[in-house]
Design a protein around this ligand. Structure first.
Ligand SMILES: [Zn+2]
Length: 178
């Protein structure tokens, strides 16, 4: 493992290499068309592919965490409050449990409940409006209410009626669906 000074020097060096590559991309067009320009083109393409890989390796040596959502791996930077390693590509935050993602249909069910009248809506009405089978709507609503996303009013007179809980609303807001 390289020592800290070597790593710091490498990190500074990377910035120059990246700047040089982007400068050369413009400059290569000034070369007369032919072998040399093609060779320059090939080298630049290769450099552009390899730099991010080498950079990620360097970041790891510097103690940064890498996110595997992409290749070359994304370097997680400490941002936000409190500062936590965060992936600039997928937004994953290290140490935070991955948020449960509901299916598109479940999200539609949640979204339909946004405008539920006071007291709630029976599953069969949700099914009709979302375009799914009543049994499926019942199943979704039941499991959503078990996880606290949806509330349920049981009545003696009719079927249970469902409404959106604060957690469900929060989920839609976070996912930009509201
Ligand atoms: Zn990521």
């Amino acid at each position: 493992m390289p020592d800290a000074i070597t790593i710091a020097a490498l990190a500074a060096g990377f910035k120059y290499v990246k700047d040089a590559v982007s400068l050369l991309k413009d400059a290569k067009d000034l070369l007369p068309a032919g072998e040399k320009r093609e060779a320059a083109q090939r080298l630049l393409v290769e450099a552009e592919e390899r730099i991010p890989v080498a950079e990620a390796q360097l970041a790891k040596a510097l103690g940064y965490q890498l996110c595997r959502c992409d290749y070359p791996p994304a370097i997680m930077l400490e941002t936000g409050q409190p500062p936590r390693p965060r992936c600039p590509k997928c937004g994953r935050v290290e140490g935070e449990a991955a948020e449960h993602r509901y299916s598109e249909e479940e999200e539609k069910v949640l979204h339909f409940l946004v405008n539920a009248p006071y007291g709630g809506i029976p599953a069969v009405v949700v099914a009709q409006n979302v375009g799914i089978a009543p049994a499926k709507a019942e199943y979704y609503l039941d499991s959503l209410s078990q996880s606290g996303m949806v509330g349920c009013n049981l009545s003696m007179a009719g079927p249970p009626e469902y409404y959106l809980e604060q957690a469900g609303k929060g989920y839609l807001v976070k996912r930009n669906l509201l």
